[in-house]
Design a protein around this ligand. Structure first.
Ligand SMILES: *[C@@H]1O[C@H](CO)[C@@H](O)[C@H](O)[C@H]1NC(C)=O
Ligand SMILES: *[C@@H]1O[C@H](CO)[C@@H](O)[C@H](O)[C@H]1NC(C)=O
Ligand SMILES: *[C@@H]1O[C@H](CO)[C@@H](O)[C@H](O)[C@H]1NC(C)=O
Ligand SMILES: *[C@@H]1O[C@H](CO)[C@@H](O)[C@H](O)[C@H]1NC(C)=O
Ligand SMILES: *[C@@H]1O[C@H](CO)[C@@H](O)[C@H](O)[C@H]1NC(C)=O
Ligand SMILES: *[C@@H]1O[C@H](CO)[C@@H](O)[C@H](O)[C@H]1NC(C)=O
Length: 413
């Protein structure tokens, strides 16, 4: 009896051991981070004074926890910061490569560590809003999987390395609010996939609001549309200008090569009225006054020949744009004249009063509603709002609904 019980316990023990062994096998790590990348990451973190987020600890293998599952680290989500993401599909899902690295607003100080060079599979790198200084290393140009890079809002200096032009997969590049100097390397024009370029701003870094950004997407679209329109007009008017068309196409093909001077003049010296928004990388300006790229712009780069050529092409474009605008204007005016023969008049007493008030106060009517004829015209009757904006000043507004929409009364002054 005792022996039987003993045997039963032994059996139980064996079963338990077997179960534990199987469990260990099932849980045994099946993926491993590329050791070179793991070492590089640890070195980068050590140099920049960072420790891994607890959700993907580096005591063991970095490509664990949140580095392989769940939350993405790209977006504004700041839960995992510093953060990495890994792709573990290599070698039949056994080998992990670090594909994304974010150290955002973590007081990371010093130079960009050279070990970064060994993170060869990076597609996303976000080192925005830190205290990095020194040059932007040219080896960044070796990380050819890169799609999105931001170094915005740091204290990096020196030139933008031309090697960045090797990053054929790059979609977004941000380096605003640093102390870079020199011209943008023309090699950036090779970045065929680039959609966003966030550029240089030397002034007033501390406010972190003076980043320059060029909405290259917007710019390229504007240039593209304008060029298409211009080409259309040209082909209507004369066909022999195929040479210039090629020039245009060459602009459309490489819209994103601007010198700092051109960027500066395009954003009206980074005027805050051209501010589109601010991101982790600095501020985004629209190059609304795209045409101001044509104008002055201090040509501070050495590359003035290239700039000159670019400007020449732009001014050709400018010429055709003006032509197009003039044609559109003529068409609009013709149609307008046809449709709206003047059918309203300002109450004559009020018109006389207005003229007297203006004469006594030394004012002349705004050109947009000129009163050589009837004061209740133009901006005085259209949708222009004189309450909130100051574009029409002095300004009046009229209500022309009296007498079956034939008589106008001045309602605002
Ligand atoms: C961190 O690494 C240790 C050792 O590899 C492991 O036991 C632990 O589960 C890891 N933690 C996370 C959150 O992945
Ligand atoms: C960098 O990370 C910050 C914080 O998550 C985010 O707000 C910012 O958009 C990121 N920048 C880029 C270019 O992804
Ligand atoms: C991946 O797995 C397949 C079958 O599952 C096998 O034929 C192949 O050799 C494996 N490749 C490697 C690199 O281990
Ligand atoms: C990169 O990895 C190689 C091993 O392949 C190593 O010899 C080298 O020191 C590493 N470079 C840096 C800068 O850590
Ligand atoms: C930025 O770097 C320059 C040297 O390039 C240094 O003189 C300056 O003090 C740094 N500014 C800050 C805010 O760290
Ligand atoms: C950029 O600044 C460095 C000093 O920080 C200077 O030596 C260099 O000449 C400058 N380059 C240009 C193009 O202004």
């Amino acid at each position: 009896m005792v022996i039987q019980l003993h045997g039963f316990l032994l059996l139980l023990l064996l079963l338990l051991l077997a179960a534990v062994a199987q469990a260990q096998q099932a849980v045994a790590p099946t993926t491993k981070t590329d050791p070179i990348e793991a070492a590089a990451l640890n070195a980068v973190f050590a140099k920049l004074g960072q420790t891994a987020d607890s959700s993907w600890n580096t005591s063991g293998d970095p490509c664990t926890g949140s580095a392989t599952v769940g939350t993405d680290i790209d977006s504004n989500n700041n839960d995992v910061n510093p953060g990495i993401k890994c792709d573990c599909s290599d070698r039949n899902n056994t080998l992990c490569h670090i594909t994304k690295l974010k150290i955002y607003d973590k007081d990371a100080a010093g130079q960009i560590p050279e070990e970064l060079r060994n993170l060869t599979r990076l597609t996303h790198l976000n080192l925005s809003k830190n205290l990095l200084e020194g040059p932007m290393p040219s080896f960044i140009g070796e990380l050819t999987d890169m799609q999105q890079i931001t170094f915005g809002i740091n204290n990096l200096s020196g030139p933008i390395p031309k090697e960045l032009g090797n990053l054929a997969n790059l979609i977004s590049l941000s380096f605003g609010s640093n102390n870079f100097n020199g011209s943008l390397p023309p090699e950036l024009g090779n970045l065929a996939k680039l959609e966003q370029l966030v550029g240089h701003a030397a002034e007033n870094k501390s406010s972190s609001k003076t980043g320059v950004v060029v909405g290259v997407v917007v710019g390229a679209t504007v240039i593209g549309l304008a060029a298409l329109a211009a080409v259309f007009v040209w082909s209507q008017k004369r066909r022999k200008l195929s040479l210039e068309q090629q020039e245009l196409y060459s602009i459309v093909g490489r819209p994103n090569v601007f010198s700092y001077g051109e960027l500066r003049s395009a954003t009206e010296n980074f005027s805050s009225s051209n501010l589109l928004g601010e991101g982790g990388y600095g501020s985004v300006y629209k190059s609304s006054t795209y045409l101001s790229l044509l104008g002055g712009g201090d040509s501070e780069g050495k590359d003035s020949r290239r700039e000159m050529r670019f400007r020449l092409r732009l001014s050709q474009l400018h010429g055709s744009l003006l032509l197009l605008l003039r044609l559109l204007l003529l068409a609009a005016v013709a149609q307008g004249q046809q449709q709206q023969a003047p059918t309203t008049t300002t109450d004559p007493t009020e018109a006389a009063a207005l003229n007297a008030v203006f004469a006594k106060l030394g004012q002349t009517a705004h050109s947009s509603w000129n009163i050589s004829g009837d004061p209740c015209t133009g901006s005085a009757t259209d949708a222009t709002d004189i309450d909130s904006n100051n574009n029409v000043n002095p300004g009046i507004k009229c209500d022309c609904s009296a007498r079956n929409n034939t008589l106008c009364h001045i309602t605002k002054l």
